[in-house]
Ligand binder design. Sequence first.
Ligand code: NAD
Ligand code: DAU
Length: 331
Amino acid sequence: MRVLVTGGAGFIGSNFVLRIRQTRPDWQITVLDSLTYAANADSLAPVADEIEFVQGSIADEVLIDRLVAANDLVIHFAAESHNDNSLDNPYPFVETNVIGTFRILEAVRKHGKRLHHISTDEVYGDLELDDPGRFSETTPLNPSSPYSSTKASADLLVRAWIRSFDITATLSNCSNNYGPRQHVEKFIPRQITGVLQGVKPKLYGSGENVRDWIHVDDHNDAVVSIIEDGRPGETYLIGADGEQNNREIIALLLELMGKPADWFEHVNDRPGHDLRYAIDSSKLRAETGWLPRYSDIRSGLQATIDWYAANPTWWTSSKEAAEQVYTRLGR
Ligand code: NAD
Ligand code: DAU
């Protein structure tokens, strides 16, 4: 099978490509990535000779038409992905997440190819801390930030192209990922690399916000399960029952990294900060048999700490740039 992976030089996409080379060596992979600040070409270095890499944008109509025509399946990871950046400058989020997804859909429609669209639980908005409910495939879309509203827009475009044009597509909405090769602007790698450099973790607001953490390999294995066993036209939520609030995550990181429990600081909260995400992934589990393998967040975080400690050249230059942005944003 010839597979076009958009955003394959980013966090989840690069882990996907590395894992697919192990688990599905017969898939022929082409990565399309525009190499924004969030990409790291080093992530794909171990498989550089085994894949085709194309630098370019999913919003480039001619390029995307050619690449979709040449492949059987498109797995669409490419996005502007960081909420804080979307609050600073939403424009690239509309361009990539909305227009880029539209370009892919039109090419998929024209050439009769299959699409798997990667999305986020943030399209459903947030839950109260004491709400017994969790997000499911029937939860109404109610995004809060420019990032999540552009992802919800993309989801709606995919759903409309399925219904109106009968394209063969599936969607997945996953919760917060952690693991190796995540950009240092994101919560967990920001704190790990900060502690490695002697800087205290930064907690937004009260820190009671809950995220439903999943290891990136569990997310990517679920994507393969949906592609192989999911029903065309359907949406699947991906989650590993990993709810933790941000204070708990910082406490665990400090313990694992040998620092005192109070060695962190509060910084300004994110405007419109979503309170809680929680995923009910029973549809995915029942229909595909997928189960998470990394259910122990402690050992998953220890392995992630070990990866950042062993790979400083991967993150040092982006760390300085990311912290300059946070200084400007006051966070
Ligand atoms: P990331 O920011 O690490 O990587 C995104 C990649 O897309 C980068 O390599 C970037 O260069 C590329 N890209 C951006 N604009 C592009 C364009 N116009 N054309 C081609 N490539 C472009 O993001 P991530 O965390 O790996 O997220 C990947 C996908 O998964 C996104 O769609 C995101 O919404 C979704 N998602 C992420 C999480 C999470 O916790 N990180 C959870 C659920 C869903
Ligand atoms: O839920 C899935 C989403 O998870 C994805 O769609 C997004 O692409 C991904 O970035 C992530 O979004 P969040 O906004 O939840 O992730 P982030 O890592 O930015 O922040 C996680 C939590 O940690 C959030 O409550 C904000 C908080 N935070 C973040 C940073 C960077 C802090 O307390 N301190 C920080 O320094």
